[in-house]
Design a protein around this ligand. Sequence first.
Ligand code: ADP
Ligand code: MG
Length: 260
Amino acid sequence: MKVFAIANQKGGVGKTSIAVNLTATLAHYGQRALLIDLDPQGNATTGSGIDKNGLEKSLYGVLLGEYDVVSARVRAQGNYDVLPANRELAGAEIEMIQIERREYRLKEALASVDADYDYALIDCPPALNMLTVNALTAADAVIIPMQCEYYALEGLSDLVGTLRKVKANLNPKIEIEALVRTMYDPRSSLTTQVSDEIKSHFGDKVFDTVIPRNIRIAEAPSFGKPVIMHDPTSRGALAHFAFARELLGRQGVALPEVSV
Ligand code: ADP
Ligand code: MG
């Protein structure tokens, strides 16, 4: 199982959207995928069609060692599993302070399902807190969604700093897998300018595929569906198919040419 943390401490940059849609698209391409909702807002849970308020078990109890991943995971319509979350998870941050090896809770919990999945994707909260540290400790690599706007790079330096600390102290193998430009508007000259700047900093870590600003992507969560189920021929869905193909291609996974 390869674990990706979808991280950026800014809110509203498209983390949850990328996490839900990438997981669903990887499942579409035959990969066994797990989506881990590490944000107390529970948007990845809801966006996968799971009622976050009716959960009997959730990631909260898993992190506190009350039960295991197998008993808390839920199957989503899109043929992937979800480790769901809701507001309870905010309490885990505080309760974990008293727990030993607290940075390793998620990593240790995921060990039991290592053989069940090809990919696990962690939807991080918009903060560099203990939950995010758990994600970065559990992950093989990070996928950073970003909007090409003026302050985008400034925010990235904090994340890169945190990554460096995690790499030095908790998880030597962590690396940046991808920077994904999302809510992309090619008509804006600022977009092009920031885009060029990101590329000069991060080189080929910047994926060629961009996710456009697209109404179908924005409305899909209100139907509890990934965009590839909500409207599979929309520009947003096509971009997500291309994004997953680029990711899998870079992993060396061969896909048939034509299947969308
Ligand atoms: P984050 O998880 O980083 O806070 P979200 O994924 O929740 O960000 O996205 C913030 C808002 O923007 C949500 O309302 C989401 O539906 C919307 N959104 C995300 N990606 C796109 C896109 N490519 N096009 C249009 N709207 C988007
Ligand atoms: Mg989110």
